[in-house]
Design a binder for this molecule. Structure first.
Ligand SMILES: [Zn+2]
Ligand SMILES: [Zn+2]
Length: 285
């Protein structure tokens, strides 16, 4: 299994000279295993380039799974060319209670007001599937399990398994508490987060929302984004092999990202890397 980052930025796309090396597109990941059809996680602005790449392949089907529908995770959907390709089969999984609700949520965006395309006019075969936290479902070759996260309006994190490898995608989420609160030993995560530790247990790779540093997090505790020390403590407790920091804050320049990467490369207790747009991470090594 391998994972390609097509968008790594949180909240808003940040094109420009200061983000050229790390990327300014918002959340979109491509998960592949062998020749199986792709699994796409979130459809931020990074999905635009992914769509062009997929059209060059033989597949004419894919799964698209949303964590939630905040703009940074859905903005690329009307620019994702498979949806305009006749015969392309796209199964869209959306946090919701029913197929109708899932469809209606995206139809609010593609309705002629916020975008000229109307969902009902798409020439591809788009089907919808609702998902609730705790559910397990199949996306082609991938077994996927969801967990409810702490985020305004909610978000679902996913654990993806295939051929004995496991990958977790945990964004947008926050502990909603000060470091140490509700914990026994200061660096141990909140007891309420035990369910997240259980969910991450033994994963090969975990991608985690670490938009803030600790100082920003303390100022914006209820905004629904985490910080690297917190994600690392969860991953260490869950015996995860590699943590990838993700959902970078819009104001982080390439130089800021270099500093974050250097800092975490020196961390001894866990293999921590930083998501960079265009990079592919292999789980096979
Ligand atoms: Zn987001
Ligand atoms: Zn969000």
């Amino acid at each position: 299994m391998n994972v390609t980052f097509w968008g790594v930025r949180g909240s808003i796309p940040t094109p420009g000279a200061e983000t050229q090396r790390w990327g300014g597109n918002t959340a979109c990941l491509e998960v592949r295993d062998g020749d199986h059809p792709p699994l796409v996680l979130d459809c931020g602005t990074g999905a635009r380039r992914l769509g062009f790449k997929l059209l060059g392949e033989a597949h004419r089907e894919l799964d698209l799974v949303f964590t939630h529908l905040h703009m940074d995770h859905v903005f690329g959907f009307p620019f994702f060319v498979p949806i305009y390709t006749p015969g392309y089969k796209i199964r869209v999984t959306v946090p919701s209670y029913s197929e109708e609700e899932a469809r209606e949520k995206l139809a609010r965006y593609l309705n002629g007001t916020y975008h000229p395309t109307r969902l009902k006019d798409l020439p591809s075969e788009v089907r919808f599937r609702p998902v609730r936290p705790g559910r397990e479902f199949q996306c082609g070759a991938f077994k996927v399990q969801g967990i409810g996260l702490n985020h305004p309006g909610g978000s679902i994190g996913y654990r993806v398994e295939s051929n004995g490898k496991s990958f977790c995608y945990i964004t947008d989420t926050a502990p909603f508490a000060r470091p140490g609160e509700g914990a026994d030993a200061g660096e141990v995560p909140l007891l309420a987060e035990q369910k997240v530790i259980d969910f991450l247990r033994g994963a090969d790779v975990v991608v985690y929302d670490t938009m803030y540093d600790l100082g920003e997090y303390l100022e914006k505790m209820t905004w629904g984004h985490s910080y690297p020390e917190y994600a690392a403590s969860l991953c260490i407790a869950a015996k995860v092999k590699q943590l990838i920091l993700f959902h970078h804050r819009p104001n982080a320049s390439d130089d800021d990202m270099d500093r974050i990467e250097r800092h975490w490369a020196a961390f001894k207790d866990l293999h921590v890397t930083v998501a960079r747009e265009g990079e592919t991470v292999s789980l096979e090594g």
